[in-house]
Design a protein around this ligand. Structure first.
Ligand code: SF4
Length: 411
């Protein structure tokens, strides 16, 4: 959307105070996310923007509430989202379809060095906690040609890392008899993207053979596999198409090919009917998996979902308590994962630069396996990839020393 606005002569600014119009892409994945979305709209209105366009999942599910918020000029539901800019500016969609628009980085302190390329939308599953399927509809994939065109324009704009995203990324191609592996092979073959990363993948969409793709060093060794619960019966109530055993086999298969792969996850704390025993089973499994990190979501009933109607809703205090316990376990395993790499030299893509100080420019970036690294450089290295020796753990980051500017032989 920013690219389209910019292509038509508008300027993308860094703060609400400087904006005349704001587009807020709302989220409905949890009650908290929906409240944050409303809070963001109010905050932007307070900053003086009186032309706010609300879009995304929460605005689609609650259009009247969204319209009633201060400053909201109109609501664009998800089915119209691809045409948002043309509708807001009252221009025919054809104005945007003529040629790809270069993906220049957006302004701001933390400018994006990664381009998030949406390859599919919607989902055909019905996980009982998930409101996304209701808000986004059935799964539909973009063609290989469209995706490659989008990646090409991102690379032309200087992007070094491509991240493939989708509501249910692993289902890409099912609507025309292809598999995500076919898309990845095509991207590796037809583009020169230095780094390719995959966002969240549902475990049941993958098999052991999938990981052979990582023989190509441009594919980043990071897999985000949402587990949601490590207890078999809870997973059944969630209608997840996986079990602790099959999840464990998949993780072992990935680690057999990439011993140092970062495997991160999402867990829901306090799903309806989760007994103390079920929680203990889940917690034990999460410990065994030695995740490189993850997010814990406190369960919140979303209207219209199966789980909201289930008996045995867990008291909010207990949900929160379980969240903290899971969070601490994931923090601990993330810490030991980071420790394994101290002393090693890895490639880092610098994604932010702060003011120059006594030691030079303070850089921050990510390794291929998603370790956050800080280092000093004599000149700004934003959007460059360097070889960095990881010298010291520093809370959830690692301090590094740049060894070779621009010379990278490792992932
Ligand atoms: S697979 Fe993901 S998007 Fe689809 S219903 Fe389940 S949680 Fe929601």
């Amino acid at each position: 959307m920013a690219r389209q606005f910019r292509a038509l002569g508008h300027e993308i600014v860094t703060s609400a105070q400087m904006a005349e119009l704001a587009v807020v892409n709302t989220c409905a994945v949890t009650n908290e996310a929906a409240a944050d979305s409303r809070g963001k709209i109010r905050q932007i209105a307070r900053a003086g923007v009186d032309e706010i366009i609300a879009t995304g999942c929460w605005a689609t599910l609650q259009p009247q509430q969204a319209n009633a918020l201060p400053g909201v000029l109109r609501v664009v539901t998800n089915d119209r989202k691809d045409h948002l800019v043309s509708e807001v500016l009252d221009l025919p969609q054809a104005a945007f379809d003529l040629e790809p628009i270069a993906r220049k980085p957006l302004p701001g302190l933390h400018r994006r060095t990664r381009a998030f390329i949406k390859v599919q939308d919607g989902c055909d599953n019905h996980c009982t906690f998930c409101v996304t399927t209701i808000a986004r509809g059935e799964g539909r994939s973009r063609s290989v040609a469209q995706v490659i065109l989008d990646i090409q324009s991102a690379l032309d704009g200087g992007t070094k890392e491509i991240v493939l995203t989708g509501v249910h990324l692993g289902s890409w191609g099912q609507d025309f008899g292809m598999h995500l592996r076919d898309l990845i092979k095509a991207i590796l073959r037809e583009t020169v993207a230095p780094r390719l990363r995959l966002s969240s993948l549902e475990p049941w969409d993958l098999d052991a053979d999938f990981f052979s793709l990582w023989a190509d060093q441009r594919l980043m060794p990071h897999l985000h596999l949402p587990l949601q619960s490590g207890c078999e019966s809870t997973l059944r109530r969630m209608a997840r198409k996986t079990s602790p055993q099959s999840f464990c086999e998949l993780v072992s298969a990935a680690r057999a090919i990439m011993p140092d792969v970062a495997i991160t996850t999402d867990i829901i704390a306090g799903f309806p009917g989760e007994t103390d025993d079920e929680f203990a089973e889940s917690l034990e499994f999460v410990k065994e998996m030695n995740f490189a990190g993850g997010h814990v979501f406190t369960y919140s009933p979303r209207p219209g979902t199966g789980a909201a109607k289930m008996r045995g809703q867990i008291k909010p205090e207990l949900r929160k308590k379980r969240n903290h316990i899971l969070h601490d376990v994931l923090e601990e395993s993330a810490k030991s994962y980071r420790q394994k790499f101290l002393g090693q030299t890895m490639s880092v893509l610098w994604e932010s630069v702060s003011e120059m100080g006594e030691w030079g420019w303070q850089m921050e970036g990510l390794t291929g396996n998603y370790l956050r690294v800080n280092a000093f450089a004599p000149s700004p290295r934003w959007n460059e990839i360097d070889s960095v020796n990881l010298s010291e753990a520093d809370s959830d980051k690692i301090k590094g020393i740049i060894i070779n500017q621009g010379q990278v032989s490792l992932r």
